[in-house]
Structures are given as C-alpha cells and as structure tokens.
Design a protein around this ligand. Structure first.
Ligand code: FAD
Length: 508
C-alpha cells in the first residue's frame, strides 16, 4: 500500500550517538542547514565511543573545507600528523614492502597512464620499482612531508602531493562537538533505553532515555556504533556478513610512547592471522592488531602486538570485536544509519571515516521531506551498496593476491573464492595492465595499480599503443620522471619540521 504523502518539510533531526559519525553529522548538518532545522544529538558518556579510527584518506580535507575548518587548528587540536599513504610490509611475501601512496604515479602521456610505459621499460630491464615514480611513495619512508606549496609549478610532483591525516579519535569527536554546538546543535547526555515507532507506518517517533525523557524528531540518524540501536534493533534491517571474504573479526588496540619523529604514513604489517597497524601521532603512537578469531587466539594476538611496538605500551591492549559487512539498507523509513551502525569494512585502508563522510554528503544531497520518499531511499541504498562493495573488493585484493603459505589463515585467504567483480578487475590487469574505475568508486587507478603490483600481481603485457613510442624515448620518459620525483622530494622538509612550523600541538 502506498503511504499517504504529507509533503511536510523536515524540521528536526535527532542524531543518536556521539562518536566520530554522530559529531561529523551534527557539525556538517548544522553548518549547511543553519538554524532552519533543529539538530539534537544524544550520547551516553557511560557507554562512550569506540575511540579508534585514527587514520584517514585524503577525502577528509573536502569535509573540512565544507565545515570551514582551518587545517592547522584541526591538526593541532587532535594531536594530528600527516599521511602520504600506507606502507604494507610482509603482505605479498614475508620480507616484501611497498607503499600505497595517495596522489599520482608518474606522468600520463597521450591516451595512456604512466604505468603502461613503465611496464614496457620494466620488461626491458630499465624501470625501477613503481614506487620510485610517485612523490608520495618516495617521500614517505624518508619521513618527509609538505602540503603542496602555493608557489609549486602546476603539474610538478610537489603540486600533486595528496595527503590525509592521522589523529586522536577522541579529540576529533570533541573538536567537532565544539563546532557543532557553536553552530546551534544541541547535545543531550543520556542512554537510550527504548525506540518508539508510529503504529501506522513504522517510522520512528521518539527515543526514550533512561531518565524517562523522550526525544522526538522527523528524521533520525542512527550513529550508535556497533549497537545499531535504530536500524538494526528497532527496525530489524538484516546484516550482510562478509566474514568469509574478510575473516578478521577482532582487534586489540594499544597506544605506546613515541620514539623518534612521527612517520608521515600508516604502517600495516601482515602477521600470521591478520595484520598490525602503527599510526604516529604527535603525542603518542597508536597500534593495533587486527586478526581472525578462527585462526588465532586472543592471547597469541596480544603477545604478537606487544612484542612489536616501537615504544613502551601506555595501557593494556583494548579488545574490540566486529563483523565485516553492512546492513542491507542503510536508510529505512525515517532512519539513516551513519558509521558503524550501518556497517564496517575492517580498517585496512582506513575507509570507515570516509564512509561516514560519504553518508553525510548523501543525506544532505538527497535530503527528503518528512515522508522520506521511497525513491530517495532506494537511490541512497543503491549508492551505498555500490560504494561498500567496491571498497570490500579492494580490501579482499590485499589478502587474496599473496604468495604467503606460512599459516592456515594465509592459505585460506589465498585460495578462497572471491567476488566475480574483483576477479574481473584482476583478470583485466593481468591481461595487459589495464584498470578502469567503475563510476564513482572510491579507490582509483593509482591505488589499485600500486596494490596489485605490490601484492605481486604482474600483467602479462602492456597496452599495444605503448609501442608507438620509440624505445629510447620511452626510456628517457621513465628516467626523467624518476629524476624529477627525486629532486622534488629533496626539496621537502622533514615531516616533523613541517608540523613544528605550522601545527605543533601542546605537549606533542
Ligand atoms: P562509536 O564511536 O562507537 O560511537 C557510538 C556512539 O553511540 C557513542 O557516542 C555511544 O555513547 C552512543 N551510544 C550507543 N548506544 C547508546 C545508547 N543506548 N544511548 C545513547 N548513546 C548510545 N576508521 C577509520 O576511518 N580509520 C581507522 O584507522 C579506523 N580504525 C579502526 C580500527 C578498529 C579496530 C575499528 C573497530 C574501527 C576502526 N575505524 C577506523 C572505524 C572508526 O572507529 C569508526 O568508523 C568511527 O569512529 C565512527 O564510529 P561511530 O561514531 O559509528 O561509533
């Protein structure tokens, strides 16, 4: 039966949950819609936030611009550092190392991306490792960093540096809270104990707090983290579990003392049943071991984590459990799930905060009236499915394309059946090094090519049009790009110097 349409505009939004998802939503919506819409955020200090989520992708700077956030202030207040990419150690084989750097690789010529020319040069024994042609991947292990200088010549590698941030997730939520409240968002401290729904259409009418108060709204954003109080518990939207493709389901997180200057990259080291992260901040280093409980005990995971810290642990490892996957619909009736309430892809490529940002942008661009038209819901859900599935495939690539045979875990992921969508990307790349970004998928050519090569996947040949360039011109192109990248990196300051100059945090 078609629901009666009222055409009534939305006047109030209740955001339930005050982690990164809740406060990012409150800050963005109160900024964009001003005081035309009542924004109320409910959070429970007793429950707290997940407090991990310290590494990001470059898209976050667009979110900061939308909010009018000054970068230096943001980095200072969150004890942040800069991230040029992720260094993957021991993934393809034990002893291997590559960087998935943001930005670009080399210089595209004519129709073709640079890596096509590099493939032929490589076949001639000329090309060096693909990382030598990207400013991000050369600068990262040298601990160098700069934001693109305003006087960098356009098209120079310096002008093309793309970067993200590392930050303290708890400080980030506080930072956003101050902004959201200053823009008019109202915060209510309290624990939700019940969700009440209209009997006619099943829309959520109010949430009831422990003290008996009710919070009513036209639209609810479920930002309650893994509890998924509204979309999962109250509306009963099913969860698609992707553990068979991404078997890691636990993590232990522990901060340690920093030793030495912060590296401008996240480090991900593959372990026998998962991987370990290292995220350098100004005041400390964040660490975590992500692992599969099917293949490793918690005690063994803790031993591995603690044996591989740069500095002294500052706390006991904190256990976290998760299931990789997503709700079948992230928007149902008048509830939209943002953040962990809607789904989680494990943190290997730091995509969760990006998915929060993408969800908020989508809410604002498909903004409904109080009827929450089903056509809008459908578009929202289709776009979200696509986005999650494309990231899911990119993550599976890291596990599946490996030569590791040293544990049951690696034997499982190396030989498991993968989604057809991923298989077709792999087949295309192996055929002649091609990659085509599918519409708006998050990771583009630079990311896929670096990870495919880094994991040990090598194309059989290159695009035939590469042969239109004489060999000596091809070699000159590849050598020239390498030299230009190296000379630009030599102009970059140390990451630590850059931070000291523009955004040193108190006590950092
Ligand atoms: P939470 O932070 O859990 O917030 C939930 C909120 O809901 C809290 O305020 C809580 O108090 C409130 N709440 C819950 N129940 C109730 C109730 N009954 N009443 C009132 N309030 C309630 N993301 C990245 O982008 N990069 C990373 O490097 C990264 N690393 C991660 C590592 C691990 C191991 C995990 C598990 C996640 C990681 N993430 C990462 C994901 C990231 O932490 C989250 O996406 C992000 O913090 C958003 O979380 P959230 O706000 O959805 O949930």
């Amino acid at each position: 039966m078609t629901q009666q349409q009222t055409g009534r505009p939305i006047r109030s939004i209740a955001i339930i949950g005050g982690g990164s998802a809740g406060w990012m939503a409150a800050a963005a919506i109160s900024k964009v819609f001003g005081r035309q819409i009542d924004v109320t955020l409910v959070e429970s200090d007793e429950i707290g936030i997940i407090g991990v989520g310290e590494a990001t992708v470059p898209h976050l700077s667009a979110f900061n611009r939308l909010l009018g956030i000054d970068e230096a202030e943001f980095v200072r207040q969150t004890q942040g550092s800069f991230k040029l990419g992720i260094q993957f150690n021991d993934w393809g084989r034990i002893g291997d190392s590559y960087v998935h750097g943001f930005g670009t690789i080399g210089r595209d010529v004519g129709l073709l991306p640079f890596h096509q020319y590099w493939l032929k040069a490589r076949a001639h024994g000329r090309g060096k490792d693909i990382g030598r042609y990207s400013i991000n991947t050369v600068a990262a292990p040298l601990d160098k960093f700069t934001a693109p200088p305003s006087d960098a010549p356009p098209n120079s590698p310096l002008a093309e540096i793309a970067y993200a941030y590392h930050f303290d997730a708890t400080l980030y939520a506080r930072f956003l809270r101050r902004r959201a409240e200053a823009q008019g968002a109202r915060r209510i401290e309290g624990k939700v104990i019940a969700v009440h729904r209209h009997t006619d259409n099943g829309f959520v009418e109010s949430v009831q707090l422990e003290n008996g108060d009710h919070v009513e709204a036209d639209l609810f954003l479920d930002c309650t983290g893994f509890r998924s109080l509204l979309i999962g518990n109250a509306l009963g939207v099913d969860f698609d579990d992707w553990t068979h493709w991404l078997p890691c389901d636990r993590a232990l997180a522990v901060p340690c003392e920093k030793v030495g200057p912060p590296a401008p990259y996240t480090r991900s080291t593959a372990r026998e049943a998962g991987w370990q992260w290292r995220i350098p901040l100004q005041h400390r280093t964040g660490n975590g071991h992500v692992y599969s409980s099917q293949f490793m005990t918690d005690d063994r995971a803790a031993d591995i984590l603690l044996a591989n810290l740069d500095g002294k642990a500052q706390a006991d490892p904190r256990p976290l459990r998760f299931t990789t996957g997503k709700r079948r619909k992230l928007w149902d009736r008048n509830v939209i799930a943002i953040g962990l309430a809607g789904g989680f892809l494990e943190p290997l490529e730091s995509t969760a905060i990006y998915l929060v940002q993408a969800g908020i942008n989508r809410v604002m661009s498909l903004f409904p009236n109080a009827d929450c038209d089903i056509a809008l819901q459908n578009v929202y859900n289709e776009q979200t499915d696509f986005e999650y599935e494309r990231i899911r495939d990119f993550l599976i690539l890291h596990y599946h394309v490996t030569q590791r045979t040293d544990s049951e875990f690696w034997n499982y992921v190396r030989t498991m059946r993968i989604p057809d969508t991923l298989q077709s990307y792999i087949d295309l790349f192996v055929a002649n090094g091609q990659f085509f970004r599918n519409g708006t998928e998050m990771f583009g050519l630079t990311s896929w090519v670096q990870v495919m090569l880094g994991q040990g996947l090598h194309p059989r040949t290159y695009h035939p049009a590469v042969d239109w360039i004489a060999d000596h011109d091809l070699h000159a192109l590849v050598d020239h790009v390498e030299k230009v990248v190296a000379s630009n990196v030599s102009l970059m300051p140390a990451h630590e110097q850059f931070i000291a100059r523009c955004c040193a945090a108190p006590g950092g």
